[in-house]
Design a protein around this ligand. Structure first.
Ligand code: CDP
Length: 252
């Protein structure tokens, strides 16, 4: 099958991660996957939500938004409607779960890291790009805490990244852009650690229910894409990448 942008079926779009993109946040990244661009920040607060008080554990939580003109047709801001829509809620929860899956919350201590993912240009795969970029911002924020002596090691057990896969014209494809996403029959988002362990799979075959065999192939493409993304995360982090997973076989 020929793809709209000439890619192989199992090929990612060009990926670029720019660290230290925002001045004020402890960690900040611009991630570009093709024409999808997301700013991810990680902000540190030395307190935890009420349900965790006094337990000596930390928390990582996610928020997600799309700028009005990130989309082809202007999208009204959530804030101007006074409530967060269902899609946004689902995506921000996903971002939080994805990152917490690799964080040793006990080693973090009573600290909350707020992850904010703001889409400045949407062309498919914004939630998965958010997770991949946010992880790098999180490493930078944790490194600052380590330098300040507020934690004794980087409390990360593994790398984590995410990618979309789907089925279009009976063919499994990796990393869908909007033109593909809006015309595909099956759409799946995969979150996976460096160890190849699945954190989350969101898959929908509303238009064409898919078989277990097709799912296997989607997972295989997804794993290939995620391992490439983790390699890019590592390249962007340089030496810092060596601090991850060192003592981290505990919880998280
Ligand atoms: O972005 P992601 O694939 O995670 O989420 P989606 O809900 O499957 O949306 C796919 C794409 O549709 C987005 O990346 C945008 O390009 C587009 N979209 C949009 O233009 N306006 C929206 N309100 C939601 C999505």
């Amino acid at each position: 099958m020929d793809r709209i942008d000439g890619r192989q079926v199992n090929q990612l779009r060009p990926v670029k991660i720019t660290r230290n993109y925002i001045k004020h946040a402890e960690g900040s990244v611009l991630i570009e996957m093709g024409d999808t661009k997301v700013i991810c920040t990680a902000s540190v607060e030395e307190r935890v939500p009420p349900f965790l008080k006094g337990q000596g554990r930390g928390w990582v939580t996610g928020e997600y938004g799309m700028l009005p003109r990130s989309t082809e047709v202007r999208k009204v801001r959530d804030s101007s409607k006074g409530k967060v829509d269902g899609r946004t809620m689902e995506i921000q929860r996903l971002i939080g779960r994805a990152l917490r899956s690799v964080v040793d919350l006990e080693a973090l201590g009573e600290i909350t890291i707020f992850i904010d993912c703001d889409v400045i240009q949407a062309d498919g795969g914004t939630r998965t790009a958010s997770i991949t970029g946010a992880y790098v911002a999180l490493v930078d924020a944790l490194t600052k805490l380590l330098e300040q002596g507020k934690i004794s090691r980087i409390p990360l057990n593994s790398f984590v990244a995410a990618v979309s896969v789907g089925i279009k014209d009976n063919t499994v494809i990796l990393d869908l852009n909007y033109a593909e996403d809006s015309t595909c029959q099956v759409d799946m988002n995969i979150v996976m650690t460096e160890k190849g362990q699945l954190v989350e799979i969101q898959g929908t075959g509303e238009e064409k229910p898919f078989t277990k065999q097709e799912m296997e192939q989607m997972l295989a493409y997804g794993e290939k894409g995620i391992m490439e993304l983790i390699k890019i995360q590592k390249e962007s982090l340089g030496e810092l990448a060596n601090l991850i997973g060192v003592e981290g076989n505990g919880s998280g």
